[in-house]
Design a protein. Structure first.
Lengths: 639, 220
């Protein structure tokens, strides 16, 4: 019977190895038995330690991340599998448990290919086997970097709390995997797959290193057919190796690697090639150690050519936040630093996207960050909120221009999502035609919100009034601000609407001085620190800044500091609000890192008495600022 | 054609119909992730439920998020009525080399496949109507399955700000919004698969908002 779906599966897989090496009839047999698996972001296909499945996988749409989990539970990305890539090959090679975890990096569709059917048609196909072994080798991780996790270079760390140790990687790995000069390549490759490593050191009888073979040597010299698989290892190894003494510093190691353009340094007993091999230092080890430094991360971001590199850099920043919090570095400093990193990531994402566009932007534009990124106080990954503003164009050019920027926005939103900024649930992103407009249209949009405030306008304004330019022509956003303040002069009503909104969450302490916790839903009995404590402060700061015509100050704590400056009689209140905001953000960030989420919900029961008291102290200014707003904007009877 | 012998009077329904009905006795709700869903689509000679005929039926079934390619349904029906205007989109010529079966055979295969499980279709009313009309022509009752319409479900899943009464929420539109690849659009099986993926993607979005329950899905 006709099976169109099998035919379409067939059309896709036949384009990619190893299926392009398989005869058409055989391939149809396989296609008919495939399962199509849909995955939401974060869904796991298999976990490290799971027993092997009857299938291996090919990504159809989306991307699957392969992680290695080290002993102390840090996760290291080994590979990201895009459309047409195969993964989960371990059961094809060895019937043993998975060593990696495969998780959907975004919404993905994956073909699960039954191993028994696949093997029954490919067991004598040498090309297929060769490809699989190579693919398998590149998807496995290199224990040179993972084994020694926990040892660190003390001199490169400002602080050696136990927590930091978890995030540092080894100096070099001891007991490197080797093979003898007389062995053949196949044996060496078997040893490499057995130990799941990406390179092997060739040693002589005295255990002196004479050469090195890496995955790419096997790919370039064997898989291409230049050498037979049973060739002697000395034929394809790179030789001589570069050696060093064991007390080498990271900086020295890095210099050696740059000088010789290599990725592996052999550590020997006396530092020459004529002594015993005792370890290997990889380029990766060096990078990971050095990576914990904001200037390196920023440099990495600026140089990133692909979204994947941006993601890696942003993940490092996460590590950095954690260590800074541990070290009690002032939160205002951390906030500024992370804001800079986030802006750099967005800026780079826009630059990368611009390169993908077929032509240069038709007119000047600016990429705006909104919401928490716009306020420059986003510490952990949150939803992305952004918009595009472009210069006015003649009417007949408008659609064309807008279409260009929408295309651009699609690229940027997608890559920001890949980097780890979730799509905004309410679609407040530049790729939405509503939020990609010319300067005049934006002015009209804001005027409309200000002059005709309704529920929807207030809801949106809490996001949109905190815009800040990330990329492009800042004069556009500055002209927009001017226009907004002009319009604000015409009305008082808008402020009262904003004021009412700022008061919608009453003070977080209830009648009996109990924490007000969520009453229903999934988060029952949890304290929502964002909506109950942070939002009232954020909303109040925005309202007061707008009504005082303060321009260019976006972050909540700075807004309060500024307000304290211009309203000396309320100085104390504003300063305590600024302090409370910082303390609460820190609290939320710590909770978020602890539970690996946004930190929005806090289980009051798990807090120590001291922490509860600290939290409570922060609530007092919230109460007071809300009373101030009620008086100033005459909100008592405004419903 | 043994089963045609059962087909003597209207009261005396064929065995496959009785078996189909038996699936609905004592049916209990399972959790959404353990439930079998069938996404299906019909290609027809036109849009008149009474006059037009079903050309083909495509269906895929799934439990959880996995669709097995070797367990799909793809039926092509012999035609008495022929409307040359719609052939172009459907590319199903009256005398094509594909194996075709009679309407009653198609009904049997379809009911056998869907059993008592939940049916999913895009703009489900039409497909449901076409199948019910087929059943009626053969003296059988209407479909008993519960239905989910992906168009309606999608619209309901949107943030209230973005719901738009004027939009048709066509399958093409949903594919664009949800980033579902449109291969084999306008073949019954192709559309069935697309509908299934659209449904799974909407489910994924609902899950995040904690709306993944029967009350919400079936709008009851």
């Amino acid at each position: 019977m006709k099976n169109s779906i099998a035919e379409r599966v067939n059309d896709f897989i036949k384009k990619y190895p190893p299926f392009n090496f398989i005869k058409a009839d055989d391939l149809l047999l396989i296609s008919g038995q495939v399962s199509i698996v849909y995955l939401d972001k974060g869904d796991t296909i298999f976990k490290k330690g799971d027993s092997f499945n009857d299938h291996f996988y090919m990504t159809r749409n989306g991307a699957i991340t392969l992680f290695h989990t080290t002993n102390n539970n840090t996760q290291e990305i080994i590979n990201i599998s895009d459309g047409g890539d195969v993964f989960g090959l371990r059961p094809l090679i060895a019937k043993e448990n998975y060593k990696l975890t495969a998780t959907a990096n975004e919404e993905s569709i994956v073909y699960a290919i039954p191993i028994d059917v696949f093997q029954s048609v490919t067991h004598d196909n040498a090309q297929v086997q060769k490809f699989l072994i190579t693919a398998f080798a590149t998807n496995t991780y290199d224990p040179y970097t993972a084994e020694e996790t926990g040892k660190i270079f003390v001199d490169y760390l400002p602080n050696t709390t136990q927590d930091m140790v978890n995030f540092q990687t080894a100096n070099y790995s001891k007991n490197p995997i080797t093979c003898n000069v007389n062995s053949c390549l196949k044996e060496a490759a078997i040893t490499m797959s057995k130990h799941r490593i990406g390179c092997i050191i060739v040693v002589n009888e005295d255990n002196h290193p004479v050469g090195i073979i890496t995955n790419s040597d096997i790919k370039n010299k064997i898989a291409t057919g230049r050498f037979p698989i049973d060739t002697q290892v000395t034929n394809i190894m790179s030789s001589p190796v570069i050696t060093s003494k064991k007390n080498i510093t990271v900086a020295d190691g890095q210099l050696q690697m740059i000088k010789h353009n290599i990725g592996h340094l052999c550590i020997t007993k006396d530092g020459t090639i004529n002594s015993k091999l005792i370890g290997v230092l990889t380029h990766h080890d060096v990078l990971v150690t050095l990576g914990n430094n904001p200037s390196v991360i920023l440099k990495e971001i600026k140089r990133a050519k692909r979204t994947r590199a941006l993601r890696a850099a942003r993940l490092k920043a996460e590590t950095l936040i954690k260590s800074y919090l541990e070290q009690n570095i002032p939160l205002s400093h951390i906030i500024k630093l992370i804001a800079q990193i986030n802006d750099a990531v967005s800026l780079r994402a826009v630059q990368i996207a611009l390169k993908k566009m077929p032509s240069k932007p038709p007119v000047k534009f600016a990429w705006m960050a909104l919401g928490s990124q716009g306020r420059k106080e986003q510490l952990l990954f949150t939803d992305q909120d952004n918009a595009i503003i472009f210069e006015d164009v003649p009417k007949e050019k408008y659609e064309e221009t807008k279409a260009y920027f929408l295309d651009l926005a699609k690229y940027v939103n997608k890559s920001l999502n890949k980097i780890g900024f979730e799509y905004c649930e309410a679609d407040m992103m530049a790729r939405n035609p509503e939020w990609c407009k010319s300067l005049t249209d934006w002015k009209e949009q804001f005027n409309n919100w200000i002059l005709n405030p309704d529920e929807k306008a207030i809801l949106l304004s809490s996001i949109f009034f905190d815009f800040s330019p990330v990329y492009g022509d800042e004069s556009l956003t500055s002209r927009l601000s001017d226009s907004i303040y002009e319009t604000l002069d015409k009305t008082q009503l808008f402020f009262r609407f904003l004021g009412r909104d700022a008061l919608k969450n009453p003070s977080p302490l209830g009648f009996f001085k109990q924490f007000l916790v969520e009453k229903n839903g999934d988060q029952k009995d949890l304290f929502n620190i964002k909506s109950r404590a942070l939002m009232p402060l954020i909303d109040a700061a925005r309202l007061l800044t707008l009504s005082n015509r303060i321009k260019g100050v976006n972050s909540t704590y700075e807004r309060f500091e500024k307000l304290a400056e211009i309203e000396p009689n309320n100085k104390e209140l504003y300063e305590s609000c600024s302090y409370a905001f910082k303390a609460l953000s820190k609290f939320k960030t710590k909770q978020g890192l602890l539970h690996n989420n946004s930190g929005k919900f806090i289980e009051i029961g798990t807090l120590t008495k001291e922490e509860q008291l600290k939290l409570r102290r922060c609530f007092k200014p919230i109460n007071e600022i809300q009373e101030t707003l009620t008086l100033r904007f005459d909100l008592k009877n405004f419903v | 054609m043994g089963f045609l012998n059962f087909f003597k009077t209207k009261k005396n329904h064929p065995d496959f119909w009785e078996e189909y009905l038996s699936h609905f006795k004592n049916k209990k709700d399972t959790s959404v992730t353990d439930t079998r869903f069938i996404a299906f689509d019909t290609e027809t000679t036109g849009f008149d439920i009474k006059e037009d005929r079903v050309l083909s039926i495509g269906a895929v079934s799934f439990v959880g998020k996995r669709i097995d390619v070797n367990n799909t349904l793809e039926l092509y029906l012999k035609q008495d009525i022929f409307n040359p205007e719609t052939v172009e989109i459907h590319e199903l010529m009256k005398s094509d080399s594909i194996d075709k079966i009679s309407e009653i055979e198609a009904i049997q295969a379809f009911l056998n496949y869907v059993k008592g499980d939940i049916l999913i279709a895009h703009h489900a009313g039409f497909d449901k109507g076409m199948i019910n009309e087929m059943l009626q022509r053969h003296g059988l009752g209407k479909l008993k399955n519960r239905f989910i319409d992906t168009g309606v479900l999608y619209k309901r899943s949107l943030h209230i700000i973005y719901q738009d009464k004027t939009k048709p929420y066509s399958l093409d539109y949903l594919c664009k919004e949800l980033n579902v690849p449109t291969v084999d659009r306008h073949t019954a099986t192709g559309d069935a698969l697309i509908t299934a993926l659209v449904f799974l993607k909407i489910l994924g979005r609902l899950d995040k908002k904690k709306h993944l329950n029967w009350g919400y899905l079936l709008n009851r």
